[in-house]
Design a protein. Structure first.
Length: 276
């Protein structure tokens, strides 16, 4: 049944749609979301950036745990199914990481901003990114449906938790501890990376709240400089650490921890001292 749905979707395939849906799926990829969250956090609204990072990282960990529980295979290689952008199809199939990431990211934006136009944009983006995963032949329909629902649900839960408790470090620490038992069965590289990114977020937030307390306000030109330098350093860290550090899981944890600590705590300390 699901394979037939995929074949019907792919029956409309043409070079233009191939490019279009690959571009759309990029809007749900981790590096793109990380860069957007960083920009919001550094120069737009620190509180908003903190909440959306919490929601997306929590959603990422839930996604990895669920994948390692069900271990459903992807449609890649099935008869009549062609696959594009296969390098983004890491780990198991259910639920879709891209769609869940979109659900948590765009869902969090809509929940925080509370404007009708943002709700519409969020719904459109989640649907488009989910559909792109079907068109590209890397997920089944149930993967994207459950992924989208989980993403939005987690962003809503995280929003209520974020606003209910003043001690945010306690909230982030408890959330991190909740996921630790999953290490007994969730051994995928994606889960280790996600755990590392969340740990870095936790340490970075501790550093920022305890020693930095930066302001996202500033002159327009300073904000541009802040973003350009920060994005370049994040990209260099992402590429450079991958080259320097071994490929074992523990080093993936360390790599993603370093990137998160830098973006959340160290870089704000730098641009505050440099007054940019």
């Amino acid at each position: 049944m699901e394979l037939e749905i995929l074949r019907n979707i792919q029956s409309i395939a043409n070079p233009f749609l191939d490019i279009l849906f690959q571009l759309i799926t990029i809007c749900g990829e981790q590096m793109v979301l990380v860069l957007i969250i960083s920009i919001i956090y550094w120069v737009k609204d620190k509180k908003f950036g903190e909440y959306i990072a919490y929601a997306v990282l929590t959603s990422l960990l839930v996604n990895c745990v669920v994948k390692d529980i069900f271990k459903f295979k992807r449609p890649i290689g099935e008869e009549g199914i062609r696959t594009l952008r296969e390098k983004t199809a890491t780990g198991y199939s259910f639920p879709s990481g891209h769609t869940q990431g979109a659900g948590s990211f765009y869902g969090a934006m809509a929940i925080y901003i509370k404007k009708k136009v943002m709700y519409i944009i969020a719904i459109i983006m989640i649907i488009l990114i989910g559909f792109s995963r079907l068109y590209l032949g890397v997920h089944y329909p149930k993967d994207v449906i459950v992924g989208g629902i989980l993403g939005v649900l987690i962003s809503y839960i995280c929003y209520n938790i974020y606003n209910k408790y003043e001690n945010k470090i306690m909230v982030y620490t408890i959330t991190f501890i909740i996921f630790l038992p999953a290490l007994t069965f969730a051994h995928s590289e994606d889960f280790i990376k996600g755990l590392g990114a969340y740990f870095g977020f936790l340490i970075g937030m501790f550093i920022e709240k305890r020693y930095v307390n930066f302001s996202a306000e500033g002159k327009g030109i300073n904000k541009v400089i802040r973003v350009v330098i920060g994005v370049l350093i994040l990209l260099c860290l992402q590429k450079g650490l991958k080259i320097v550090l071994p490929s074992e899981a523990i080093f993936s944890f360390i790599r993603y921890s370093i990137i998160s600590i830098f973006g959340i705590g160290i870089y704000p300390m730098m641009f505050k001292k440099l007054k940019i």
